[in-house]
Design a protein around this ligand. Structure first.
Ligand code: CS2
Length: 488
């Protein structure tokens, strides 16, 4: 097993930390220790720990399930070590053991310990990857949703929180009362203006809890915006075994990612930060243009590709992007619907960016899952497509590719592909939504789903009619026939 004790015995081809993990102190608490975080922020931090050993990370898991308890036990058993395999499109691989994570807590098992860490003066950054839908912002009102059940519960029990908002705000109260500084709240999720969204969410909660505290937080905490990028597939048990066979490690928690990674960050930190530029972070005054390019091009075409790919029976993104009709559709979508309304950040050529995205999607070494991409499609459509749809509608532009994407999404939600095989999609936002909307024989019913809420204020009658027509064609003749009806 991969542990601190055994770390010296690994094969010489594996890169080991260039610092002693026992010397590391925690300066960051991170919520949501998923694969993306472990392949991204944790790697950047790993690269600076030798020079700055006070920036180790304490990971916190918020979901309490058998799976998360098992994961927490594995982290403990491995002294929070894990391996990251980075795969270049040409086949080259490197493996490194990351020791940036120095503890892992499941919040439900030890809520007070989480609060103690968050209230400790050594903790100066609280970062998070809690998914696009995790910020509890109502897409229609644009405000923090105080009706959410868990939020209401936390507002009534502020000292025994269960949501990230409850934990962070309770800790900030303790810090203020103890005369300590606030920390930086750093979102690493794929949202436009993720820092501003985080600010709205945490201040929205704090305001409802205690307006005076909310004001203190507004003046003392910071919420830098960031663009984060690295494709990090789900690691299935088979994949974990292959990774271990290749690395010679016995790692229960291996992660795999492409060789590309990028982090563009605003330099706005409440109480210092490590020298992340040394690890490759680009600090800029305003990340807006970087975020828009990444989200409206990469993430938006990831779902534009994966929804129909699932219907065609493609399990992996690299296979899907080799399908000429699917690839052409993504290129048309980017060239005609997205790029004309995007502003390129300095030094970025949007045509080159598109080619690099398509080449990253085709990296066979990772076999990124189409079902992973399609999961939580509701929140992803809201975040990745809204701006493009609104611009098309407002400009009276051709909406056919968008209609195709929406039709493919709605057909995909039904859980059966063109080969008659069934699969399960994950849509956490639909817990309250009547199943009937998804399974109705009325092709228009699905248009009422919250995925499409963010342009309800606009006249979308033409778009909606196209969605209905394309659904009919997908259902009767298949995805490729529907694609063939789009403008060449
Ligand atoms: C993907 C992202 O989940 C998704 O929809 O588009 O996870 C994507 O792989 C990352 O944002 C790449 O940085």
């Amino acid at each position: 097993m991969l542990t601190l004790e055994n770390i010296g015995k690994v094969s010489s081809s594996v890169h080991l930390p260039d610092y002693n993990p026992l010397d590391i102190k925690a300066g960051i608490v991170h919520f949501g220790v998923g694969n993306f975080f472990r392949a991204h922020e944790a790697l950047y931090i790993d690269k600076i720990l030798k020079a700055e050993p006070t920036w180790g990370i304490i990971g916190v898991g918020l979901t309490d399930s058998d799976h998360s308890r098992k994961k927490a036990a594995m982290f403990k058993a491995q002294d929070c070590l894990y391996s990251l395999t980075e795969c270049a499109p040409g086949g080259a691989r490197t493996v490194r053991v990351i020791a940036a994570l120095r503890d892992y807590l499941l919040a439900a098992q030890d809520p007070q310990k989480v609060l103690e860490h968050l209230s400790h003066p050594d903790i100066r950054i609280v970062s998070m990857t809690i998914t696009e839908g995790g910020y509890n912002i109502n897409e229609v009102t644009g405000a923090f949703d105080l009706d959410n059940h868990a939020v209401r519960r936390d507002l009534q029990n502020p000292e025994n929180p269960a949501t990230i908002f409850g934990y962070v705000v309770a800790a900030l109260r303790r810090r203020r009362d103890a005369g300590l500084k606030a920390f930086t709240i750093m979102s690493c999720d794929n949202l436009r203006h993720n820092g501003d969204v985080a600010r709205k969410a945490f201040l929205g909660f704090a305001q409802a809890h205690d307006p005076e505290l909310a004001e203190w937080i507004a003046h003392n905490a910071t919420f830098p915006n960031a663009m984060v990028d690295r494709i990090t597939p789900t690691v299935t048990p088979d994949c974990a075994q292959q990774l271990n066979t290749a690395s010679g490690l016995e790692d229960d928690l291996p992660v795999v990612a492409e060789d590309f990674h990028q982090w563009v960050l605003e330099d706005s930190f409440a109480d210092g930060r490590p020298d992340l530029a040394h690890a490759g972070v680009q600090f800029v005054k305003d990340v807006t243009d970087y975020e828009h390019v990444k989200i409206r091009m990469l993430n938006a075409s990831h779902i534009m590709l994966s929804f129909p790919a699932i219907l065609l029976g493609y399990a992996h993104v690299d296979q899907a992007v080799k399908d000429p009709a699917l690839k052409q559709n993504v290129e048309n979508f980017l060239n005609r619907d997205v790029i004309p309304t995007l502003k390129a950040p300095p030094g970025v050529d949007l045509q080159e960016y598109m080619q690099s995205v398509l080449s990253r999607f085709s990296n066979p070494a990772m076999a990124d899952q189409t079902l992973r991409i399609a999961s939580d499609g509701c929140a992803k459509i809201q975040v990745f497509w809204t701006e493009t749809v609104r611009k098309l509608l407002l400009g009276n532009k051709d909406c056919s590719r968008m209609a195709f994407g929406m039709a493919a999404y709605l057909e995909m939600l039904r859980g059966v592909n063109a080969l008659g095989q069934t699969y399960t999609t994950s849509e956490p936002a639909y817990a309250q939504v009547p199943e009937a909307l998804i399974h109705s024989d009325d092709y228009a019913a699905g248009l009422k789903l919250p995925a499409f809420d963010a342009w309800r204020d606009l006249d979308s009658s033409v778009l909606d009619r196209e969605v209905i027509e394309l659904r009919k064609i997908i259902r009767s003749q298949g995805v490729l026939a529907a694609l063939a009806t789009l403008p060449a």
